[in-house]
Design a protein around this ligand. Structure first.
Ligand SMILES: Nc1ncnc2c1ncn2[C@@H]1O[C@H](COP(=O)(O)OP(=O)(O)OP(=O)(O)O)[C@@H](O)[C@H]1O
Ligand SMILES: [Ca+2]
Length: 940
């Protein structure tokens, strides 16, 4: 059986191949109840259709962007914009440009039109927005009326009654309805009113029960998926409104909004660049074009749905919602449903196998019954006389056979998986984990290894500068410190350049909100440094305006540094600032600032001393950064920011405490047989200190730097990886290599956490990708299977626990279902052979089947996890789903039940002292009830 399952019912948990999806579908082609079987399964035809539509849209877009544009250059040369009249509506609302016009300018990348309208400033005027202050909140609804909402068309939700109607289409239910009708139709004339309707009414009631339960459960689930879908698509964007920078839901974005973009963001609407630094966009999600696009004044168009690959910038929103290509694409995106999970498919396989066995038994039962009947007839020499009663008898045999087939196919199995996963998904949502792909829930149960990053997952991500080294002196910063901290010991010259390097070389921004409170926006590291600058008495606006920023190289995880180039006032030349990972910056420095603010060469001894300082800070689990600068004299054409010859200003140590509960969570993982590895971009000493504190780094464990790891050959890697507990200063590729090695060579089921754009490849490759909800970028989330909403490592353990619970619940349900099926089959078959009639009637069998499929699935699938789950090893890759223990339970239980029921069937009348005309009837009822009770007891 396992082999058969493996061959036909095996799909990958992540991105299953179309071929595998088709394969199992064709293996279950002849199912008796397709409606039910495929209820929660992706509709491949619909999906292919959507895919075709999407491809066509993309193709169209690509032509528009890359081919037509070239042509446009010729056509447009010299042509003036067509004068056209504004519609009354737009005029009244106070705008100078039509939504259609805006839409077409950006869509066709028409730079000429932008120029003729006075560039982005001109366009801003036409949509009446001030570039520094952004949209005024009162105006939002006005803009939405004219230019539309940033929402995509959705299919209308299906009503509850649609689900009821669908539930009624179930084949078992239809048969039962006919039975009920017949029963009532026959009952009234024979038994009279009201005795004659009881049987039929009973069936009708149970049909109603099942229909309502099914419909309610399906309906609730559809609502849940809808809510989840909305949550998935609800991005938070940074905009300037009313003069303040703030966070906003993507749905509230309007034309005219000024959106801030940084690395890893998704462009939330169509728009035009206002200003930016090394802004690089990945348009592949939209046009399929993989070549990154550089956005600048000459090519200022930003399309909704594309991703920021590098750099940062500000854009003016020109079209939203269904006026963007992305909007049109989004509509096709959710078409056809999600991929089914491996368990769903596997259980479809189990159901099919049992169905086939059932079919054999059904045929056998029918043959045996008919044969017996014929033999009996022959014995009475009536073989030539056929009455209608005989025909009825044969018909009844046939009905029993059909019922056995119906009962034998445990259709509740695949359904139970869906219910179970959906239930886990809902519970996980409450526990701050958003499951993007159902299969992740399932895979997480077998995770044997977690590669986690450090910052924000193990630590709180609330960073504070607690140590400073400047002018040969290390200082500890306490909470009450203020501007006096550096005053006597550090000269004004040094103090000034230090503050400049803090406030000019930053990706963050100090903003005042409406109530005048100071807020710092940006990444935690940047915020900590700016905050420190404020403590020292720095003034963000003052220092920013001291000199003009010429060029910025925003931070990214590959370079691990950020630099800016500023032009000093009064033609004083240029100055470059650089800050970043301590060792890296130290290597870029050949001078150091002395007490008087002069740059002097670093002596060998001083360099050693500095390394000690850095290692000292790091060993205290601090994130250390170096700040450096250099003056560029003369007429240096400010083309690029230099990479060396810097002058070191200071070393800062930033504290990022370990989250409470992480140590325990790591312990839980270890107890559950899940190895935890830390892969971080931070310094090795910092990483080790934190790893020790969390219990990840143990005595025999190995901590290694990314560069070392990279240089190993495959042989060495194989020896090293089992011991590897910490990898520091890792590049995105290191993480990716580690994950592929763990998966391919060590056959581990790997969960990976990540937040940055750089983590995307590893998240994509992992068996389960977990992205951070707060600190995570859009790109990371998009490549993940689960989003950890509170960024907390403990939540990851919760996901694992639920994953295991799902698996075990389903195993329990399979065990239960299989037992029922075996018992029902054997009892009917044996009784038919021996007595010539089936003790469990068709209606009874159907009834049990129906209740079991629906209610049983519901009850067993939704059992919450218990602590014991995390005290056993993970379920490995490629283990048999039905374990030996399960077979033993199934067979043991079946034998027990068969004996009980067998004894009742054959000696029941004696044991229960039944006699009289109704004896058989009473006995069969008793058997039926025993059967049901056997199952009920077994469930516990
Ligand atoms: N805004 C910044 N400007 C300059 N350097 C930075 C900035 N942020 C972080 N760094 C430096 O880069 C290093 C970490 O970079 P990276 O982004 O690869 O790791 P991370 O994602 O923050 O850490 P983890 O992988 O543990 O989550 C830090 O140790 C720090 O020295
Ligand atoms: Ca990271």
């Amino acid at each position: 059986m396992e082999n058969y399952l493996k061959k036909n019912f095996d799909v990958d948990p992540k991105r299953p191949s179309e071929e595998a999806l088709m394969r199992w579908r064709s293996a279950v082609r002849v199912v008796k109840n397709p409606r039910r079987r495929f209820r929660m399964v992706a509709d491949l035809a619909k999906r292919a259709e959507a895919e075709r539509k999407r491809k066509k849209l993309q193709e169209k877009l690509r032509v528009a962007l890359y081919v037509q544009k070239a042509a446009l250059h010729f056509i447009d040369a010299g042509s003036r914009p067509i004068e056209y009249k504004l519609s009354q509506e737009t005029l009244l609302a106070g705008y100078g440009i039509e939504p259609d016009e805006l839409e077409s300018i950006v869509r066709s990348h028409n730079s000429k039109a932008v120029e003729s309208r006075g560039g982005v400033e001109g366009l801003a005027r036409e949509v009446s927005v001030s570039l520094p202050d952004g949209v005024a909140s009162e105006e939002v609804s006005n803009r939405q009326n004219v230019y539309g909402f940033n929402r995509y068309a959705e299919k209308p939700a299906r009503s509850f009654w649609m689900f009821v109607w669908e539930a009624l289409h179930d084949l078992t239910l239809i048969i039962l309805m006919i039975c009920a009708a017949v029963s009532i139709g026959v009952g009234i004339p024979t038994e009279g009113w009201p005795d004659g309707v009881y049987d039929g009414l009973g069936i009708v009631l149970s049909i109603l029960l099942v229909v309502i339960v099914t419909a309610v459960s399906d309906y609730k689930q559809s609502l849940q998926f809808k809510a989840l879908d909305k949550e998935k698509k609800n991005l938070i964007v940074q905009v300037t409104r009313d003069g303040y920078r703030k966070k906003l839901s993507i749905y509230d974005l309007v034309v005219g909004d000024i959106v801030h973009l940084s690395i890893g963001d998704q462009v939330p609407a169509d728009g035009i660049l206002i200003s930016g630094y090394s802004l690089t966009i990945d348009e592949s999600s939209l046009s399929g074009e993989t070549e990154p696009v550089h956005i600048n004044r000459d090519r200022p168009f930003l399309l909704s749905g594309t991703k920021v690959q590098d750099g940062s910038g500000k854009m003016l929103v020109t079209s939203v919602g269904m006026r963007t290509e992305w909007g049109r694409l989004m509509v096709t995106l959710s078409e056809g449903g999600e991929d089914e999970t491996p368990l769903q498919v596997k259980l479809n396989g189990v159901a099919t196998v049992i169905g086939k066995i059932g079919l054999v038994f059904a045929v056998l039962t029918f043959l045996v019954l008919t044969l017996r009947f014929l033999v009996e007839k022959a014995q009475h020499h009536q073989i030539k006389h056929w009455s209608s009663i005989d025909a009825m008898k044969l018909l009844n045999y046939f009905a029993i056979a059909v019922t056995i087939v119906v009962v034998a196919v445990p259709e509740g199995l695949p359904l139970a998986v869906t219910l179970s996963l959906a239930f886990a998904m809902k519970k996980l949502m409450n526990d701050k984990a958003l499951v993007r792909h159902l299969s992740a829930c399932e895979t997480m149960g077998s995770a044997s290894c977690i590669c986690t990053d450090k910052t924000g997952t193990l630590t709180t991500n609330h960073m504070v500068v607690t140590k400073l080294w400047i002018c040969n002196e290390a200082k500890t910063i306490k909470s009450g410190d203020n501007e006096k901290l550096l005053k006597p010991s550090v000269s004004d010259a040094v103090f000034n350049i230090f503050l400049q390097s803090i406030f000019q070389n930053t990706g963050s921004e100090v903003v005042k909100d409406k109530d005048g409170r100071t807020n710092i926006l940006g990444t935690p590291t940047e915020r900590a440094i700016l905050e420190f600058g404020l403590i020292l008495g720095g003034d963000s606006t003052f220092h920013r305006e001291e000199s003009a920023i010429v060029k910025v190289e925003p931070f990214n995880s590959v370079k691990k540094r950020m630099s800016v180039l500023v032009s000093l006032p009064n033609n004083g030349g240029f100055r470059a600032f650089c800050k970043g990972a301590s060792e890296i910056i130290l290597n870029m420095c050949d001078k150091i600032i002395n007490v008087d603010g002069k740059a002097v060469p670093i002596s060998e001894e001083q360099r050693k001393n500095l390394t000690n300082v850095i290692n000292g800070f790091s060993s205290e689990a601090l994130r250390t950064l170096c700040l450096a600068f250099q003056d560029i004299k003369g007429n240096h054409k400010a083309e690029s920011i230099p990479e060396n010859n810097y002058t070191l200003i200071a070393v800062v140590g930033i504290k990022d405490p370990v989250r409470p509960g992480v140590r325990e969570a790591v312990e839980t993982c270890l107890a559950a047989g899940i190895t935890v590895r830390m892969v971080t971009g931070d310094n090795i000493h910092t990483a080790k200190a934190i790893a020790k504190e969390c219990g990840i780094l143990t005595d025999g464990g190995l901590a290694i730097e990314g560069t070392d790891f990279r240089s190993k050959n495959p042989q060495e890697m194989q020896e090293l990886i089992p011991k590897l507990q910490v990898m520091a200063r890792s590049s995105p590729t290191d993480k990716y290599i580690l994950v592929t090695q763990l998966r391919n060579v060590f056959k581990e089921v790997v969960a990976v956490t990540g937040n940055g754009t750089n983590d995307a490849p590893a998240l994509h490759e992992a068996d389960i990708g977990l992205a951070m909800g707060i600190a995570g970028t859009e790109v990371a989330k998009e490549n993940a299977d689960v989003i950890i909403m509170d960024d907390n490592f403990t939540t990851i353990v919760t996901v694992a626990r639920w994953g295991r619970s799902v698996y075990i619940n389903i195993q329990k349900f399979v065990q239960f279902q299989l037992t029922v099926n075996i018992v029902a089959l054997v009892i009917n078959f044996v009784a038919a052979c021996i007595t010539g009639s089936a003790p469990l009637t068709a209606v009874q069998l159907l009834w049990v089947n129906m209740i079991m499929d629906t209610l049983g699935a519901l009850a067993l699938a939704t059992e919450p996890p218990h602590e014991g789950l995390m005290q056993r090893p993970p379920i490995g890759r490629n283990v048999h789903f039905i374990t030996v223990t399960m077979w033993r339970n199934i067979i043991g239980q079946s034998i027990y039940q068969i004996i009980v029921l067998g004894v009742l069937t054959f000696c029941g009348k004696k044991i229960l002292k039944l006699s009289g005309p109704n004896a058989t009837l009473i006995l069969n009822t008793f058997i039926f009830n025993s059967f049901v009770f056997c199952q009920v007891m077994f469930t516990d």
